[in-house]
Design a protein around this ligand. Structure first.
Ligand code: F6R
Ligand code: MG
Ligand code: MG
Length: 370
């Protein structure tokens, strides 16, 4: 029997500004999910925050895109929004872009990563939660986990994973997808996913011969783009991901290893700047400097045979990531010195979805032919 793990998040109000979630919102969401657990809609849940995003982690038997589970998440966000409004929190209800729920939260504002899996004898998973950045921020780390032998030693020395993995890549502008095989098509994969604002890794699958069935994802990333729903800039699409680990998959330490390098991602202040992705424990998932720098939290879980969430373990709460944090601060300082100049500020085509066009519009009439 299969279990589904759903991670659904939304920004329904910040405290203060866009820096973090007020504990009262977390409490309210917990009440809603506890009720649903009692009624049997979900098996287990955990509610937390990363930056200004309220994060719901749930297990259940209803499969992906379940109207019951998505409806429940919508309900939790609605109830938390009421609390945010009562407290006068900033941007209350920000990501709930539509008034009515219609069976699925996709396209309504929240971001979703979910996978339906046959539990292995022991099922270690990591949920990743990013703030002040976008889905393409996962391209580099997911690629390195499942395709880079300098990150994942298992690709070289474990016969169970030596054949590599398949990547499902989405063109999020044209709404198309392609499945590519690594290592055979590695250069083609990189040709696409290096352009991270357009081509985004959606899922990773095992290949024929792997102990995990070939149609079951081993990693999944949220790919929602808020501006497509709202038609204008309403904040970045702070993404989430779920990654399974061990026994023929990247070991826990191979899953985390890519985050030892704080790579540049787009987001940060006004969703308009490049900056380093800083791996942090939950207690530091509170972006403050220039509304950043962008943060990554990794929560470790074992799924019990009944589908209970045994965790979380706050995986970046480890001095082994101090160097990455220090490096991220150096890069922060370096990038900040550019002020409003590219490449700290995003290139013009990516600024199209921010508030900049409003300024450029006013200058249009000032130009004369040369
Ligand atoms: C970035 C983010 C913040 C806001 C910034 C301005 O994703 O959420 O950096 O863009 O604080 O916010 P407003 O326009 O709401 O004052
Ligand atoms: Mg916000
Ligand atoms: Mg956010």
């Amino acid at each position: 029997e299969k279990i589904t793990i759903s991670v659904i998040k939304a920004d329904v109000g910040g405290w203060p500004g866009h820096s973090r979630v007020h504990p009262a919102l977390i409490e309210r969401a917990k009440e809603v999910l506890a009720e649903a657990q009692k009624e049997g809609t979900i098996i287990d849940f955990y509610v937390t925050y990363v930056g200004d995003d309220l994060q719901l982690i749930m297990t259940h038997k209803k499969g992906v895109d379940s109207p019951d589970v998505h409806g429940l998440a919508w309900e939790a966000f609605k109830k938390a929004t009421e609390v945010a409004k009562a407290l006068g929190l900033y941007g209350a209800g920000q990501d709930l872009l539509k008034d009515a729920f219609s069976g699925n939260v996709r396209g309504l504002g929240p971001s979703v990563a979910e996978m339906e899996i046959t539990l292995r004898k022991s099922e270690p998973i990591v949920t990743f939660h990013l703030d002040k950045t976008e889905p393409g921020a996962f391209n580099l780390p997911i690629f390195r986990m499942f395709a880079d032998p300098f990150t994942t030693a298992g690709l070289v020395i474990d016969p169970k994973m030596h054949m590599g993995f398949r990547f499902e890549i989405w063109d999020i502008l044209e709404h198309k997808r392609v499945i590519m095989s690594s290592p055979e098509e590695m250069y083609d994969i990189l040709a696409l996913i290096g352009a991270k604002s357009r081509y985004v890794i959606k899922r990773v699958f095992p290949k024929e011969g792997h102990p995990i069935p070939k149609d079951e994802p081993v990693a999944v990333v949220s790919t929602e783009k808020l501006y497509e729903v709202a038609g204008e800039y309403v904040g970045k699409d702070d993404p989430v991901a779920i990654v399974r680990a061990q026994s023929g998959l990247p070991a826990l330490g191979e899953v985390l290893e890519p985050f030892a390098f704080p790579h540049l991602v787009s987001g940060w202040m006004r969703g308009s700047h490049n900056g380093p992705l800083m791996p942090v424990p939950l207690k530091y998932a509170t972006p403050t400097r220039f509304d950043g720098p962008p943060r990554a939290v990794a929560l470790g879980w074992q799924i019990s045979p009944e589908g209970k969430l045994v965790g979380p373990v706050d995986l970046f709460d480890d001095p082994a990531f101090d160097y990455a944090r220090q490096k991220a601060l150096e890069i922060t300082e370096y990038m900040r010195r550019h002020g409003p100049f590219e490449p700290h500020r995003l290139p013009l085509e990516e600024m199209e979805y921010t508030t900049l066009p409003g300024v450029l519009e006013k200058l249009k009439d000032r130009f004369e032919p040369v």
